[in-house]
Design a protein around this ligand. Structure first.
Ligand code: GUN
Length: 299
């Protein structure tokens, strides 16, 4: 029997822990966890994501602040906003939604966020802490942190003896995911578009994580029988079977066929997706605890 991980259910359990931790932080130290989300421009998909983040922050009992800036915002104006949020003691987490409009340079903005408020885990200090195995004082990027929750729930804390393959080498996902798996003692391979015989490399994986952005690329014969397959891709493809002009979301894994071979697999949608917002809330409540000198919860 193949286990299909219900990401919504796991995300809901993380959110419950966040709510309890936020309430206890406020009770113990009078500190309300605060999240500021910044969005620049009019991209409808980005607005939908950001609204969901702000709304969830409220549901968690946080102070939730959203800064919606026009598409004409200058680099200096955005930098000044980040600087004021850095200085605001009621804000423990700052998220600048990406991508920014083309005339803005995102890297200096992201790197100007105080590392202890960088709930996206994108600051080089947080990337460096993860790379050196310091998971106690840093903040980990939300999507890999969410994927790792699934891995821990299936395999426990210690992945000694297991081989893990991550397809994709981005700073946002592939690299931090590989670091998390390595930190848990897995033997890790980072595969990418230049890897020779990718299917053979993947077939070696007890834990296969796909984050390439190519619809249904990972086929059944890429999967080791009994493997855990985590699909991080979200791709919109044409779905003529649903009617003319209709589309549907699929992952980087050919789910139907791969689920006949894997022991555990995540669906798209409803797998890793719901975990990203949940882990953003987790990072915010962790940052709030640290700022108040309290021991943060573990997720
Ligand atoms: N845009 C899409 N995903 C993300 C994310 O995880 N963080 C930020 N800041 N922007 C995004």
């Amino acid at each position: 029997m193949t286990t299909v991980i219900d990401g919504k259910q796991v995300a809901a359990s993380i959110i419950e822990t966040v709510k309890m931790a936020a309430a206890s932080l406020e009770k113990q130290s009078g500190v309300k966890a605060g999240l500021a989300v910044v969005i620049v421009g009019d991209d409808p998909a980005s607005h939908a994501y950001v609204n969901a983040k702000s709304k969830m922050a409220k549901q968690c009992g946080f102070k939730s602040v959203q800064h919606t800036l026009s598409a004409e915002t200058t680099q200096q104006e955005l930098a000044a906003l980040v600087s004021s949020l850095n200085a605001d003691p009621s804000i423990h987490g700052i998220l600048v939604q990406l991508p920014l409009p083309k005339h803005l340079n995102s890297d200096p903005i992201i790197q100007s966020i105080l590392p202890e408020k960088d709930v996206d885990g994108l600051h080089v200090v947080n990337a460096g802490k993860l790379a050196t195995g310091d998971l106690e004082t840093g903040l980990v990027s939300c999507t890999p942190a969410g994927a790792m929750v699934f891995v821990r729930r299936m395999h426990g804390e210690d992945l000694s003896g297991l081989s893990a393959v991550v397809i994709g080498r981005s700073n946002l996902f592939g690299k931090p995911m590989a670091q998390l798996l390595l930190n848990a003692n897995a033997t890790v391979t980072i595969a990418h578009s230049r890897t020779k015989d990718l299917p053979a490399v993947c077939r070696n994986a007890d834990i296969l994580v796909a984050a390439v952005g190519r619809p249904q690329m990972v086929k059944a014969d890429w999967v080791k029988p009994g493997a855990t397959v985590i699909d991080v891709g979200i791709n919109r493809i044409a779905a003529p079977e649903r009617g003319e002009g209709k589309t549907r979301l699929v992952g980087d894994v050919a789910f139907e066929e791969a689920s006949n071979v894997a022991a555990v697999i995540t669906p798209v949608p409803g797998g890793v997706g719901p975990m990203t917002i949940a882990m953003l809330m987790a990072n915010t409540v962790i940052a709030g605890h640290r700022a108040a000198g309290q021991t943060p919860p573990k997720f």
